[in-house]
Design a protein around this ligand. Structure first.
Ligand code: DGL
Length: 276
């Protein structure tokens, strides 16, 4: 069996990226770390998030990860370069894939980005957009409170809706036609966000784009491969699902319960991790 892909987030949000990875490369085992004991990252100073990201990167490489996915925008904004410099394995973030997808989706050139306070304040989306999509107009809005609702298992209550109406108002005013969900927790709020923004606005989750980037890196891109020259080759057996591992620095039962709800039946055993 191959060594795993390491995936981490401040909590449960990175499971949206893990879902896309499982769907796209089902034969790859994944070790997931949710730092729920130190969540949320968004309001914390960048240096603190950088320190956490380095600790988790080291841990996952120790656990055999042959590639690391920073499935957290706040951590990617604070630590992607440092992790790429430090670790002996390829490190993939979620910001660049999201911008690429939004650039393809927009028709009027006005793109919204929502994220945590840390992600928006870092200017990471603006920098990447200047490099990859210099011709678009970006409106970035921080959405404090969204992540806390998700971690509490509340994705569609009246309270979330009211908060979304208030926080997303500047994006409606800016007439964006595409909205990047610049926090991996936000796809879990897609229904609420979509209700507020309206049907015409395309919601972009970086999860799928990130999974495509990972597949390319793994060199398992098979689409378009030439069929063998011999006639009627036997169909190859479907790959069996890979075993996955989950670690959390927070409450194991909560992680297992909400993890199974947000990711699916893949969440079984969850290992408790203590930073002390
Ligand atoms: N999923 C993390 C992100 O993408 C949430 C950050 C937080 O813990 O505040 O930014």
């Amino acid at each position: 069996m191959s060594t795993p892909i390491g995936v981490f987030d401040s909590g449960l949000g990175g499971l949206t990226v893990m879902r896309s990875l499982i769907d796209l490369v089902p034969e790859e085992p994944i070790v997931y770390f949710g730092d729920t004991g130190r969540f949320p990252y968004g309001p914390k100073p960048a240096e603190e998030v950088l320190r956490y990201a380095i600790e988790i990167g080291d841990l996952l490489v120790d656990r055999g990860a042959r590639l690391l996915v920073v499935a957290c925008n706040s951590a990617a904004a604070a630590a992607l370069d440092a992790l790429q410099d430090r670790l002996p394995v390829p490190v993939v973030g979620v910001i660049e894939p999201g911008v690429r997808a939004a650039r393809r989706a927009t028709r009027n050139g006005r793109i919204g980005v929502i994220g945590t306070i840390g992600t928006v304040a870092s200017g990471a989306y603006r920098r990447v957009a200047e490099d990859l999509a210099g011709d678009v107009e970006l409106t970035c809005v921080a959405c404090p409170g969204f992540v806390e609702f998700v971690e509490a298992g509340d994705v569609d209550s009246e309270q979330v809706h009211v908060l979304a109406e208030r926080l997303l108002a500047p994006l409606l005013a800016a007439d964006v036609d595409t909205l990047v969900l610049g926090c991996t927790h936000y796809p879990l709020l897609a229904r609420t966000i979509g209700d507020v923004m309206g049907r015409e606005v395309v919601l972009v989750s970086s999860a799928d784009e990130t999974a495509f980037a990972v597949r390319e890196l793994l060199g398992v891109e098979r689409v378009g491969a030439e069929p063998p020259a011999c006639a009627s080759p036997a169909p190859s057996p479907a790959p069996s699902p890979a075993p996955h591992r989950f670690l959390t620095s927070g409450d194991v039962m909560t992680f297992r319960h909400l993890g199974a709800r947000f990711l699916g039946p893949e969440v079984e055993e969850v290992e408790a991790w203590s930073w002390s």
